[in-house]
Design a protein around this ligand. Structure first.
Ligand code: SF4
Length: 406
């Protein structure tokens, strides 16, 4: 069996890029980022959502800058966040008129920690290189990094046509799918080369190549990382809603991360109407944590339950402990260094309960259906006490809190 089965490949070596003080690439821990879905011109709504995403664990937050009103709002949003004591780097997402917005709104250009541009829609024909250059020159002037973010939904059509014609002239050695992947990768690399020629150093450039198909995504990033040492932003675009989006993103990003590819990730989930935007941050953190790349939260191990657990006490307790931990983490992280490494077990019955609980720092094995209402608690691998009565869940919550404080 190859080493791949046992451990992640060594991280692909990339040039580190500082984004407002957060390092992406160059061996730094893989960064979690997300994006707002508010109208950036609505300052109150955007500040609230950036704050929520950052508090949930997003280390960088991207906002849409699509018109004069949103560009004018950016420095005010930055200022409001600073007043709230939130030092989260903001990334401006520009399409079509980024060159104009950055030129007309220098305060916006200064307030942002990075500019994201898409080579597929920066301009057309003769204007394309000029407008791309104008954005890169602003980045040089304001000393900001740039993400060159290719997206297959807005692929550079001139490049695609050229590569299709080349393929035809050579007798179709590549499938249509391979030409599409090649276009995505070349679009990113050609644009990065152009940016460097204009004068933006490599330690100010991040690349991404987003598609919505899992296999295409894995192929594009593998090609990109084999041809360059630029820091890479991973994300499956249009991943979708609910479990489909989570599974597709985790499958594709998980495989790439296991291969040592990727310096920052964004999980793009379509929220339910009125749904919680911070869900994508939780999924990104959990992906990095379960793969062993980073530790954000204590692990709560819980069994799936079965016919031995017809009461809902066990599920409710597992959920409650998980929520308590998430809510308290901002304070605990400050007060109790290393609390992220804690493991709590909430098990449904005595079949696997005691064994799993002994492997945790603190664990409980609840009584399965029909068993005596007694729940042994294990602390540091040893049985410490047995909880009885009607408030087993509440008593265990208190014990977890006490354990963390001690
Ligand atoms: Fe079922 Fe008990 Fe196993 Fe949980 S630990 S899945 S309740 S047998």
């Amino acid at each position: 069996m190859s080493a791949f089965a046992f451990a992640p490949q060594p991280r692909h070596e990339t040039v580190g890029v500082s984004v407002g003080g957060v390092t992406v690439g160059g061996g730094a821990p893989i960064v979690v980022q997300s994006m707002t879905n508010t109208d950036t011109a609505d300052i109150d709504a955007t500040v609230a959502q950036v704050a929520a995403l950052h508090k949930a664990g997003s280390e960088l937050v991207r906002i849409t800058v699509d018109r004069d009103e949103s560009a004018a709002a950016v420095p005010k949003i930055r200022e409001r966040l600073e007043r709230l004591g939130l030092d989260v780097p903001l990334i401006g997402d520009f399409h079509y008129i980024g060159h104009k917005l950055l030129a007309d709104h220098p305060a916006c250009a200064e307030a942002l920690a990075k500019y994201r541009i898409n080579p597929g829609n920066v301009g057309f024909k003769a204007k394309k290189d000029k407008q791309f250059a104008a954005i890169i020159e602003r980045a040089i002037q304001f000393d900001k990094p740039v993400r060159i973010g290719v997206n297959w939904g807005s692929l550079d059509q001139e490049l695609l046509t050229r590569l299709m014609d080349d393929n035809q002239a050579k007798g179709f050695p590549l499938t249509a799918e391979q030409v599409m992947r090649e276009t995505i990768v070349q679009s990113a690399l050609i644009s990065a080369e152009l940016a460097e020629e204009i004068g933006l150093p490599r330690n100010r450039i991040i690349l991404s190549a987003k598609v919505s198909n899992v296999q295409d995504l894995i192929a594009c990033y593998a090609m990109l990382s084999s041809r360059s040492n630029h820091a890479l932003h991973l994300g499956l675009t249009e991943a979708g809603m609910g479990t489909k989006g989570i599974v597709a993103s985790s499958a594709s990003l998980g495989i790439l991360l296991q291969q040592g590819i990727g310096d920052t990730i964004r999980i793009s989930l379509t929220p339910e109407p009125g749904g919680d935007r911070t869900r994508e941050v939780q999924v990104a953190q959990e992906l990095l944590q379960v793969m062993g790349f980073r530790q954000f939260l204590p692990v709560v191990a819980a069994c799936p339950g079965c016919g031995r657990t017809t009461s809902t006490v066990f599920q409710e307790l597992a959920q409650k402990i998980q929520e308590d931990i998430r809510r308290n983490m901002p304070v605990w992280r400050e007060k109790y260094p290393g609390v992220e490494g804690l493991k709590v077990a909430v098990m449904g019955c005595i079949v696997n309960g005691p064994g799993e609980s002994k492997h945790a720092d603190i664990g409980i094995s609840l009584p399965g259906t029909g068993e005596l209402p007694a729940a042994p608690v294990y602390i540091d691998g040893k049985k410490a006490l047995t909880l009885r009565g009607t408030n087993i869940a509440g008593d265990f919550e208190t014990l977890v809190g006490d354990y963390i404080e001690k």
